[in-house]
Design a protein around this ligand. Structure first.
Ligand code: C5P
Length: 407
């Protein structure tokens, strides 16, 4: 087994459910991959497994109490919440998810979860009806909004006669999800010491206080690139238009609304080694600055709305006389003759690479989770990748950019 989690430290919160016995196996799997594991058991967990068993498998002491004199004196729960690379909650019971979503801190496990700034991965396990209940669905959405990653639950046989989703993900699936969340092992941090700037999402161009011009960009691809660059060890600034996505872990985020604000934030964030312009910037904005009053219907038909062009952020940065990032990457969303359009765009904008994708309605790229991209270089060379998840496109792009920067 390769030690894909070498030098990683995992704080493993074991919740009180029948799947707690699988958390013991998870400790073993994580250690096989080279991680060290610090177990924390809730009171409920101790009804199913003992702290002694968890400690024996982890090879270190298991923690159970918020007010534990020995450990408060030695390290304390806040330190416990810091001295690791990630927190894994397995099993995450319905009750534990509710307490996390509500920000409770009544015992050691929930206090750690509230105090930590580490990335959190949860492996829910509960009865099928409890998983399907609107309250759990709400809690799940809240946790996802807070940036918590979720693995499983799987469908299948459980302790009760019902079947359906609710069974905790298998220990190896949890370990795989943790690896994905943590990114490359220390030795392969392709962008360690590099600064990366990414734009993402749409821009909103106000017409009046309640209306705006926008587009269908979800920000998924840009956010995934920022996350992948951070996972590869870069210091990342993500300048994002309005999106409904959680902040990627380990990324400095600057939120903007309009194209002009985005350009100012980008200029502010320079210098960078790599700048990736994945935002779908609105090409035009209303000429008239939005005032504080809503434009009223007055019976004479729609109000005229002259538009003016927004600054081209990509071209502005790519053509900067000084302080141009060594690698400037643009995106091209096209509905036809994708590669030809992208070739023309690379010349027009002055960037080094264009990532072109087909956003015609059939592809479902805009707002979707998959993407088929072509990489077009300044010398005209084209590389076409198969249809991939946006996360995978991001990982490959980051590896490709690291190669270009190094070569
Ligand atoms: O010209 P077009 O909008 O097709 O170019 C797309 C590329 O240019 C994307 O990388 C996008 O982020 C960038 N862009 C920009 N500012 C604009 C328009 C596009 O940075 N005003």
């Amino acid at each position: 087994m390769t030690e894909t989690l070498a030098h990683r430290r995992v704080l493993l919160v074991i919740g009180g459910g029948i799947a707690a016995y699988k958390a013991l196996d998870l400790i073993r799997r994580l250690r096989e991959r080279g991680a060290s594991v610090c177990p924390v058991l809730t009171a409920g967990a101790q009804e199913f497994v003992t702290p002694l068993a968890a400690a024996a498998l982890a090879g270190e002491r298991a923690h159970t109490d918020l007010f534990d004199r020995a450990s408060e004196a030695e390290i304390g729960h806040i330190k416990l919440a810091r001295q690791a690379d990630a927190v894994v909650v397995a099993p995450a019971t319905a009750n534990l998810m509710a307490r996390m979503a509500g920000g409770h801190a009544a015992d050691l496990a929930t206090t750690i979860l509230l105090a930590t700034t580490l990335p959190i991965l949860i492996a829910p396990a509960m009865n099928v009806q409890m998983w399907a209940h609107p309250a759990t669905r709400r809690n799940r959405a809240v946790l996802e909004g807070d940036g918590v990653r979720i693995v499983g639950p799987n469908a299948g046989r459980m302790a009760e006669p019902e079947s359906g989703p609710g069974r905790m993900a298998e220990p190896n699936e949890i370990a795989d999800a943790l690896e994905r969340m943590l990114g490359a092992p220390a030795g392969d941090r392709l962008l360690a010491g590099r600064r990366v700037l990414v734009t993402s999402g749409p821009t909103h161009e106000p017409i009046d206080p309640v209306r705006y011009i926008a587009n269908r960009s979800s920000g998924r691809q840009g956010h995934a690139i920022a996350a992948a660059a951070a996972a590869a060890g870069a210091a990342v600034t993500l300048v994002s238009g309005p999106v409904a996505l959680p902040d990627p872990p380990g990324v400095a985020i600057v939120r903007v609304e309009t194209a002009r604000q985005m350009l100012a934030a980008v200029e502010e964030a320079l210098p960078a080694d790599i700048a990736v312009f994945a935002a779908a910037v609105a090409d035009w904005r209303p000429e008239q600055e939005a005032g504080s009053k809503k434009i009223k219907k007055d019976g004479t038909g729609p109000a005229p709305m002259p538009l003016v062009e927004n600054p081209d952020i990509l071209a502005t940065i790519a053509r900067r006389p000084s302080g141009r990032p060594p690698l400037v990457v643009g995106f091209a969303a096209e509905t036809d003759t994708v590669v030809e359009h992208a070739r023309a765009k690379i010349a027009r904008k002055g960037c080094d690479l264009i990532v072109a994708n087909d956003v015609s309605a059939e592809g479902g790229v805009m707002g979707g989770v998959d993407n088929t991209v072509h990489l077009i270089r300044r010398d005209g060379a084209v590389e076409t990748w198969p249809r991939l998840g946006k996360d995978e496109v991001a990982r490959r792009l980051v590896a490709h950019l690291a190669g270009l920067l190094a070569g």
